[in-house]
Ligand binder design. Structure first.
Ligand code: FES
Ligand code: FES
Length: 157
């Protein structure tokens, strides 16, 4: 066991834990943050995506021992922000949510993309969300949602 301190949704937290435990499990089981989902468990689907120092990572691939003193933002943290709320509203207005399983990861990836590129083209959005799989929407509505958020959130990212 090791004591790991990191920032979780902008608050300092410390946990005594097996450092090889996956960040996804620590978030869901130890911190009861069930927004990040387990899809594939092997880095292919993006359902477990979180921001690590403002970069999108698949938390199923991150051993918690590697995140000492770093900043983790989950979907719970993102939707508490103006950007998160705007993204949520844009997804809703564009009909970009069906079963919703991919949505937490999609919103995290969308935010991560807009942080890097506040005015993405369709191709930029496709590339930015290429690590996130959706079985329901066919992706076009998700692309439209990100375009809407970028437009309506001018200046926020
Ligand atoms: S569960 Fe992590 S990428 Fe699929
Ligand atoms: S809305 Fe069902 S997987 Fe994306």
């Amino acid at each position: 066991m090791s004591k790991i301190t990191f920032q979780l949704n902008h608050k300092d937290v410390t946990i005594d834990i097996d450092p090889t435990k996956r960040l996804l499990d620590v978030l869901r089981h130890d911190f009861k943050l069930t927004g990040p989902k387990e899809g594939c468990g092997e880095g292919e689907c993006g359902a477990c995506a979180v921001l690590l120092n403002d970069r999108v990572v698949n938390s199923c691939l991150v051993p918690v021992g590697t995140i000492m003193n770093q900043s983790v933002v989950t979907i719970e943290g993102l939707v508490a922000s103006k950007q998160g709320q705007l993204l949520q509203a844009a997804y809703s207005k564009e009909g970009a949510v069906q079963c919703g399983f991919c949505t937490p990861g999609m919103l995290i990836a969308s935010h991560g993309l807009l942080l890097q590129n506040p005015h993405p083209s369709d191709l930029d959005i496709k590339i930015g969300l290429s690590g996130n799989l959706c079985r329901c929407t066919g992706y076009n509505m998700i692309i439209n949602a990100v375009k809407r958020a970028a437009k309506e959130g001018e200046g926020l990212w």
